[in-house]
Write a protein that binds this ligand. Structure first.
Ligand code: URA
Length: 427
C-alpha cells in the first residue's frame, strides 16, 4: 500500500522543478489507475513532466509503478531464450512481419505484442489482419503454446499489461503531452518489461516520418530506454535507423504483407532486407545465440516456413489471396532525372487518408488501401513513368491523399547522399 499524498502537491513539486519521491510516484500512478487522481490533474502533471523533465531515478520508478499496475508475463519455462523488438513507429515499417519468424527460425522465441496504427504510422496488427482468417487476440496460455511449438507470436497486448499506460497514453494523446522523452520511454518500456521478454532490441526511428525528428532526440530516447531495460534485468540494445523516406516500396496493410512475403521468399527491397537482418543479428546476440547467420535462414526458406506456421496457428491462411483495393490512381514523374528525396511523413499521411489508417481508435481500416512506390531516392526516373500508385476502395479520398503528397519528392540531376539505414547503435 503506498503512502497517501495529494495530487496538487505532486503537480506543484514537478512544476517547481523538484524531484518526485518514490512514494509520490507510486501513489500518483496507482491513484490515477484507480480513478482517484482525475484526468485534469494527471494532464497537468504530464505537462509539467514534458516541460521540466525527470531524472533517471524518477523515470525508473515511474516505469516500475506502471509495470506494477498490471500483470507480468513470464516465459522462463520455455525451452529457448526469448527476444523481442520494438519500433518507435515509421512509414512502411513492416519489419516485424519477416523479423519475428526469421529470429524464431534461428532458435530464439519471439513474443511480439503489437499495436494498431494511429495517425500516419501503420500498426502491425492492422497489417496482419489483412490475411484472411488471421486473429490478433490470443489468451496467455495459447500464446505460450505457440511460442513453444512455432517459436513466434505476433498478437495484441492483453488489457492486463500496464493498464496505467493505456489510460495515460490516451490522455497524453489529447493533451499535447505525447512528445516527452521520459513519458515515451516509460510507456514503451513498462509494456516490454511487463511482457517478460529476456532480451529487447529497440528500433528508434529518426526523421520526418518518426516521432523523433533529430538524431539528438532519438539518441536521448534510445539511451533512456536502454538504461531502463538494463536496470530491469532485460538485455537491451537500440539501433537508430533512418525514417526520412519510407521503408521499402509500400505503405498500407495488405500491400506491406505482400512485400514482407517477398522478403521471406528471398527477394524484396534492399533496405527492408538490410534492416530485418541487422535487427535479427542484434536480437540473436542479445539472447546469447551467436552461431547462426540470419541472412542464411532468410535466403534458404527456413524463415518462410516459420511464417507460414505462425500465420496458420492464428487462424490465417498463408496461401490465401491478399485483398486488393478496388480503385487506383497513378502519379507520374513530372521530369526525367534522379529521384533525390521522397518524404516519409507525406507518404504516411497519404496512406492514412486513403484508408490504411484510422482517425479515431474505433474506426475500421481498409485492407487494400495505401501507397505503392515505384522508385526510391537514388533511382533514375523518366518523365511520364509511374512514380506512385495510390490504392483505396473509396475514390473520393484521392484528392486529399494527392494534396498531402504536394512537394513530397524532388527530382534532380545528381544522386543524393543517403543516410545509412542503420545510423547508430546504443547499448
Ligand atoms: N509508443 C508508446 O507505446 N508509447 C509512447 O509514449 C509513444 C510511442
Amino acid at each position: 500500500m503506498s503512502e497517501q499524498h495529494d495530487a496538487v502537491d505532486v503537480i506543484r513539486a514537478k512544476r517547481d522543478h523538484q524531484p518526485l519521491s518514490d512514494s509520490q510516484i507510486d501513489w500518483v500512478i496507482d491513484a490515477y489507475t484507480r480513478g482517484a487522481v482525475a484526468d485534469e490533474q494527471m494532464s497537468a502533471l504530464a505537462m509539467a513532466i514534458l516541460l521540466n523533465g525527470m531524472s533517471r531515478e524518477e523515470i525508473s520508478r515511474w516505469t516500475a509503478a506502471m509495470i506494477a499496475s498490471g500483470e507480468r508475463l513470464d516465459f522462463s519455462s520455455l525451452s529457448r531464450p526469448t527476444a523481442d523488438k520494438h519500433s518507435t513507429g515509421g512509414v512502411g515499417d513492416k519489419i516485424t512481419l519477416p523479423l519475428a519468424p526469421l529470429v524464431a527460425a534461428c532458435g530464439v522465441a519471439v513474443p511480439q505484442l503489437s499495436g494498431r496504427g494511429l495517425g500516419h504510422t501503420g500498426g502491425t496488427l492492422d497489417k496482419l489482419e489483412s490475411i484472411p482468417g488471421w486473429q490478433a487476440s490470443l489468451a496467455n496460455d495459447a500464446m505460450m503454446r505457440q511460442l513453444e511449438d512455432v517459436g513466434a507470436v505476433i498478437c495484441a497486448a492483453g488489457s492486463g499489461l500496464a493498464p496505467a499506460d493505456k489510460k495515460l497514453y490516451a490522455l497524453r494523446d489529447v493533451t499535447g503531452t505525447v512528445e516527452a522523452i521520459p513519458l515515451i520511454a516509460s510507456s514503451i518500456m513498462s509494456k516490454k518489461i511487463a511482457e517478460g521478454t529476456g532480451a529487447l532490441v529497440l528500433d528508434v526511428k529518426v526523421g520526418s516520418g518518426a516521432f523523433m525528428k533529430t538524431v539528438d532526440d532519438a539518441r536521448e530516447l534510445a539511451r533512456t530506454m536502454v538504461d531502463l531495460g538494463t536496470d530491469a534485468g532485460v538485455t537491451t540494445v537500440a539501433l537508430l535507423t533512418d525514417m526520412t523516406t519510407p521503408l521499402g516500396l509500400t505503405a498500407g496493410n495488405a500491400l506491406e504483407v505482400r512485400e514482407s512475403v517477398e522478403v521471406l521468399a528471398g527477394g524484396g527491397p534492399a533496405d527492408v532486407v538490410e534492416l530485418t537482418v541487422a535487427l535479427a543479428r542484434e536480437m540473436l546476440s542479445a539472447a546469447g545465440v551467436s552461431d547462426v547467420d540470419p541472412a542464411d535462414a532468410l535466403a534458404d526458406g527456413r524463415a518462410m516456413d516459420v511464417w507460414r506456421r505462425m500465420v496458420a496457428a492464428q487462424g490465417g491462411d498463408p496461401d490465401a489471396e491478399l485483398p486488393t483495393s478496388t480503385e487506383q490512381h497513378v502519379i507520374n514523374a513530372p521530369a526525367s532525372g534522379v529521384l533525390r528525396s521522397l518524404d516519409a511523413y507525406a507518404v504516411g499521411v497519404a496512406a492514412w487518408r486513403l484508408g490504411a489508417g484510422r482517425a479515431r481508435k474505433e474506426d475500421p481500416v481498409q485492407a487494400g488501401a495505401g501507397v505503392e512506390m515505384h522508385a526510391k531516392p537514388g533511382d533514375s526516373v523518366t518523365a511520364g513513368q509511374p512514380l506512385l500508385t495510390l490504392h483505396t476502395d473509396t475514390p473520393e479520398r484521392f484528392d486529399r491523399a494527392v494534396a498531402s503528397l504536394e512537394g513530397a519528392w524532388t527530382i534532380g540531376e545528381d544522386r543524393p547522399e543517403r543516410p545509412d539505414v542503420v545510423m547508430e547503435r546504443i547499448a
